[in-house]
Write a protein that binds this ligand. Structure first.
Ligand SMILES: [Zn+2]
Length: 452
């Protein structure tokens, strides 16, 4: 667990308390491992001047499941041998104190010393099954990305062509993770440049072209299946779904789209009807229908598993947030995870909040409400300014206040204010939020006047 430690900013000299990690036991602190691998362990931002502040301290890494115990004493500390031994001994005592009793094993007598941070990270990755070849490939990917990022627009296609063989699924994953991380760290400009690089890679590499073709094809199939569902009319019955599924039998792409679009239609009663239909079918059609039933079962299970995994991830993340030692650490965690704070996360958070309320757990209610407000705050920060402004306008306490905000700021946003209001209005109407649509229409009229 991180320790609140006073840290001094090298730039402005102010002192602030920061959660410094010195002992990372993976089973209790998976987030510490993530920070270490991402190179952001004990890296903070000065609350006063915003400078990055990195704390140089010895630390211990322990992964019991892999019998891996390593210590890193930063060489820049220049510790003489006795002090160095003492520092390691202190860390070991700290670790033993947080481990469950009786879990001491022989490998713990002597932690492996890592000479460099990179060496420690490499050893951890190797224990995770990441081979040196895989690491080299990852470094290659990053160096291709680096050269693309620095290259002028007109030379990018030829760089992409030269590296065509390196561009695969992992390359695209690395690129999109990098974009997410930059955006989460507030490096919007780099994130935007990387997004442009991503477009070019999609357009000019063989792999990207295949991806785009597949995506277009998939979209066309989705569209077609959605139209077939719509053609069933406003109140389709089970027999309609059954005949649609039979029509797609043997066509996996369309079956997958069908289950993805209307998972609830494939309930217990549906499978009962399908089984009955198999019983009545002529012998030469039976096998085809049985295969259809098996495939539909697999597909519904896959959709359910995916939904559950999303919820489980959200619940785990909420736990991490709830166990943050203080406000500053909580805000840091929220910012690090902003890319995954989606509707699923918010609904898990609200469900937990409701449960805590109904059980009268007022401490937990206060904590979850605090998390909720901070998450919304960070999400709001990430919004484009014009969208944030529309949000603030909708939240204005009085019409006069709203008018004042418009008079002061509308011109700075110009036409984009109107198109944003229209886009929000469209999204709301798709979700059936009619009360907001009316307010948006009024807001649009007021905004038009303020712009005139
Ligand atoms: Zn500072």
């Amino acid at each position: 667990m991180p320790k609140q430690t006073n840290v001094r900013c090298p730039n402005c000299g102010i002192q602030f308390a920061a959660p410094v990690e010195t002992v990372i036991d993976v089973s209790q602190n998976p987030n510490g491992k993530m920070l270490l691998l991402a190179g952001s362990l004990n890296a903070f931002q000065c609350p006063n001047c915003g400078s990055p502040v990195r704390v140089t301290t010895p630390f211990l890494f322990h992964d019991g499941s892999k019998e891996l115990l390593m210590v890193y004493v930063p060489p820049e500390l220049n510790l003489p041998k006795p002090e160095r031994e003492k520092a390691i001994g202190d860390l070991m005592r700290e670790l033993t104190a947080i481990l469950p009793q009786g879990s001491f094993k022989s490998y713990m007598f002597q932690p492996r010393e890592a000479l460099t941070l990179q060496g420690m990270v490499d050893t951890i990755l190797q224990a995770d099954g990441v081979t040196p070849e895989m690491m080299q490939q990852q470094r290659d990917r990053l160096s291709v990305l680096e050269s693309l990022l620095g290259a002028p627009e007109e030379t990018r296609p030829s760089i992409i062509e030269q590296n065509d063989a390196k561009i695969d699924t992992q390359f695209m994953q690395t690129l999109s993770l990098l974009i997410q991380r930059m955006a989460a760290e507030g490096q919007t400009e780099v994130a935007q440049q990387l997004a442009i690089v991503q477009e070019d890679v999609l357009a000019f590499s063989s792999f990207g072209q295949t991806l785009m073709r597949d995506a277009q094809e998939q979209e066309a199939v989705m569209q077609e299946v959605a139209e077939s569902i719509q053609a069933l009319g406003a109140q389709p019955v089970r027999a309609d779904f059954l005949s649609l599924a039979q029509r797609y039998a043997g066509d996996d792409q369309r079956l997958e789209a069908l289950v993805g679009l209307i998972r609830p239609a494939f309930d217990y009663a549906f499978f009962q009807d399908l089984t009955a239909a198999i019983g009545k079918a002529p012998a030469d059609e039976r096998e085809k229908l049985e295969t259809l039933r098996d495939r539909l079962l697999e597909l519904t299970q896959a959709v359910d598993a995916q939904t559950q995994a999303v919820i489980a991830d959200a619940a785990k993340l909420l736990q991490v947030f709830a166990s943050a030692p203080d406000e500053q650490a909580l805000d840091g965690l929220i910012r690090e995870n902003v890319a995954v704070l989606d509707e699923a996360f918010l609904s898990v958070l609200l469900a937990n909040l409701q449960q805590a309320e109904s059980q009268g757990k007022s401490d937990l209610v206060a904590k979850l409400t605090d998390i909720y407000e901070r998450v919304l705050g960070v999400l709001r920060e990430q919004m484009p300014p014009v969208l944030r402004f529309v949000n603030e306008l909708l939240g204005a306490p009085t019409p006069e206040e709203q008018q004042k905000m418009l008079d002061e700021n509308a011109k700075a946003f110009g036409e984009s204010l109107l198109t944003t209001i229209d886009a929000v209005s469209e999204a709301m109407s798709a979700r059936g939020e009619d009360s907001i649509i009316e307010r948006l229409a009024e807001l649009r009229a007021a905004a038009e006047q303020a712009l005139a």
